[in-house]
Design a protein around this ligand. Sequence first.
Ligand code: SF4
Ligand code: SF4
Length: 181
Amino acid sequence: MHQPGKAPFAPYYQLINEIDNLCESLEEKHKQHMNCKKGCDLCCMAISVFPVEFYAIKGELDKQVTGDLPVPENVDDCRFLVGHSCTIYSSRPVICRTHGLPLLYRSLEDDEQFELSCCELNFTKFDLEDFNGENTYPMDRINSQLYMINKNFVADFEGGRFSEQERIPLSDLISFQAGNL
Ligand code: SF4
Ligand code: SF4
């Protein structure tokens, strides 16, 4: 469990703890399907995160972690994936914590409809009827909570340097560690 931490990151870590507990319970519910394991990395890719997440992770890392990371050949690959393992696993962003679970979210085309997203390596066979609000990860609710936490964070951060929609490439953590940002 993450420590709640000090302001302004306490709400972020409260959410992380809630997400980790939820993911643990969902993994247990779906354990007959779950094939996620160290070395399986098809879900990893270069991502951007909200400033609150970027600076919380930045605060957790030290130069040892990111100092000598190789540059991937493919620009779409995550900089923190080395030898098929995540080098910042305990500090990984929210989206990475949900990898592999059945994710439920409202359809972008029709907000009366819901859609489900699952890793095909885990849920090779399933019936949509088997999924409900109790055994799926509520993407919309968690994303809304993260959005509001970030909105409050950026309002007070460095004189409004970031807008509430702005995201930062996770790989910029390396430039930070090298003192180039
Ligand atoms: S931060 Fe870690 S878990 Fe997330 S995409 Fe990168 S390597 Fe994968
Ligand atoms: S979500 Fe899929 S690709 Fe990612 S670790 Fe799990 S099984 Fe592997």
